[in-house]
Unconditional design. Structure first.
Length: 371
C-alpha cells in the first residue's frame, strides 16, 4: 500500500509556529528569511531557529550555463574551472596576497574612481626580459624595449641622441648669461644676478626701468628720439627728479624744444615731462649753466651780461669797470686802455706828445690860450 510522507509547509516567508527537532518544513513565499527554502528543526528543539538545508531559492541560482556570469545567480565555473568574467563594483578591488609564511599583506588591483566609458586592457603575449608594458591608447598593451632615444636640437650645433635608459639630459647655462637649477622634478631657467650680453639687446616694450646706481656706456654718442624721423613734434633731452622741500617733486633737465629748435636748461618743473616739456607748467624756470663758452660768433639777444670781471682789450673789451664823465679812452705802448679825464670845468683840447708817446688834455695851443 502506497504511503504519502508530508512535511510542514507555509505559503508565507516565515517558519510555522512550532518546528520540532528533525522536523522538515518548506515556505512557498518569495524572499524573507525562509521564502523558497527547505528547513529542518534545530538539534536543540523547536524553540531554536530551524536550519535551512535547501529549496528553490538556491536551485534557481544554479540554473544557468556553467562558466557564464549570470545576474542574481551563483558563480559556476565550467568543466575547466573557467568563468567568462567577474565584476567588482564601487571601485572594489581584487586582492592578491603574499605567501602565508611571509605574512598577510596583499596587492589590490582596482578601477579608477571616474571613467568616461568602458575600457578593456588586453595583455600582450609572453613577456620579454627588460621590456616595459606600453599601450597604443586603445587598451591594447604590448612589451617595448626600455629607454629608446630622444633627439634634441638647438638653434646651433648638431642634433644629438639621448638614450632614455642611461643618459642624463643636462640643461647647462652659460656664465653671466643663463643659469639653471633643478629641484622636485622641475628645471628652472633664468638670468643670474649678474648678466653679460655679448651681442645686441633689443627691447620693444613701451617702458624700460633700470634700477642700477651706476650705468657705464662705452658708446660715445647717445641716440635719442629715434622714431622722430617723420616729423619734429617731440622734445629731445633728459631730465631728473629731485625734492628740495620735502613735500614737492620737481624736475630739472636739458632739452631741445621742438617748437623753436632751441636747447633749454630748466628746473623746478612740478609735472614730469613726457614727449614734451611744458614750459608753462607750474614751477618751470630757467636753470643756471656754469661753463666756459667758446665760439667764433656769439650772439646775446634780449638781455644783458652781468656778474663778470672787466672784459680785456684782447677779448674786445676796455678792461675798465667805469669811465669818468667827459673822458676818452686812450691806449699806451702796452696796448692798455685807460680813461683820460676831460679836465673838469675848463675847456681843453686833446694833444698827442710824440716825445713821450702820450695823449693829454691841454688848455694852451702854440703858446696862446685856447677858447
Amino acid at each position: 500500500m502506497a504511503q504519502t510522507i508530508q512535511i510542514k509547509r507555509t505559503t508565507g516567508t516565515g517558519k510555522p509556529t512550532s518546528v520540532a527537532q528533525g522536523e522538515l518544513f518548506y515556505a512557498y513565499g518569495s524572499n524573507g528569511t525562509y521564502g523558497k527554502r527547505l528547513a529542518i528543526g534545530n538539534v536543540s528543539g523547536g524553540g531554536n531557529t530551524p536550519e535551512i538545508i535547501g529549496g528553490s531559492h538556491f536551485m534557481d541560482m544554479l540554473d544557468h550555463t556553467p562558466g557564464d556570469l549570470t545576474a542574481s545567480s551563483a558563480v559556476l565555473t565550467d568543466s575547466n574551472s573557467y568563468i567568462n568574467e567577474l565584476k567588482i563594483k564601487n571601485q572594489g578591488g581584487v586582492k592578491l596576497y603574499e605567501t602565508t609564511a611571509n605574512g598577510s599583506s596583499s596587492t589590490t588591483i582596482r578601477s579608477a574612481a571616474a571613467l568616461a566609458g568602458d575600457i578593456t586592457y588586453t595583455l600582450p603575449a609572453a613577456p620579454t626580459n627588460g621590456y616595459l608594458l606600453s599601450t597604443n591608447g586603445s587598451g591594447d598593451l604590448s612589451w617595448v624595449a626600455q629607454g629608446g632615444t630622444l633627439t634634441i636640437a638647438a638653434d646651433s650645433g648638431s642634433a644629438d641622441q639621448v638614450a632614455l635608459a642611461g643618459d642624463t639630459l643636462t640643461f647647462e647655462g652659460t656664465a653671466n648669461e643663463i643659469e639653471t637649477t633643478v629641484s622636485n622634478n622641475k628645471i628652472n631657467i633664468g638670468f643670474p644676478t649678474n648678466v653679460t650680453i655679448s651681442g645686441n639687446l633689443t627691447v620693444s616694450g613701451t617702458t624700460t626701468t633700470v634700477s642700477s646706481t651706476t650705468i657705464n656706456v662705452a658708446d660715445s654718442m647717445l641716440s635719442l628720439a629715434t622714431s622722430n624721423n617723420s616729423s619734429d613734434a617731440i622734445d629731445i633731452g633728459f631730465y631728473g627728479l629731485y625734492d628740495d622741500s620735502g613735500s614737492q617733486d620737481e624736475y630739472t633737465g636739458l632739452f631741445r624744444d621742438a617748437t623753436d629748435k632751441k636747447w633749454r636748461l630748466f628746473k623746478d618743473l612740478q609735472s614730469e615731462p613726457s614727449t614734451t616739456v611744458n614750459t608753462s607748467g607750474t614751477g618751470y624756470a630757467i636753470a643756471t649753466l656754469v661753463a666756459h663758452i667758446e665760439d667764433s660768433s656769439v650772439s646775446i639777444t634780449g638781455g644783458s651780461i652781468t656778474g663778470i670781471t672787466d672784459l680785456a682789450v684782447a677779448d674786445g673789451g676796455t678792461g675798465l669797470s667805469a669811465a669818468p664823465k667827459g673822458s676818452v679812452l686812450v691806449a699806451n705802448s702796452a696796448n692798455t686802455l685807460s680813461a683820460l679825464d676831460g679836465g673838469g670845468s675848463n675847456d681843453g683840447i686833446l694833444l698827442y706828445t710824440s716825445s713821450s708817446d702820450t695823449i693829454s688834455w691841454s688848455t694852451t695851443l702854440d703858446g696862446g690860450t685856447y677858447s
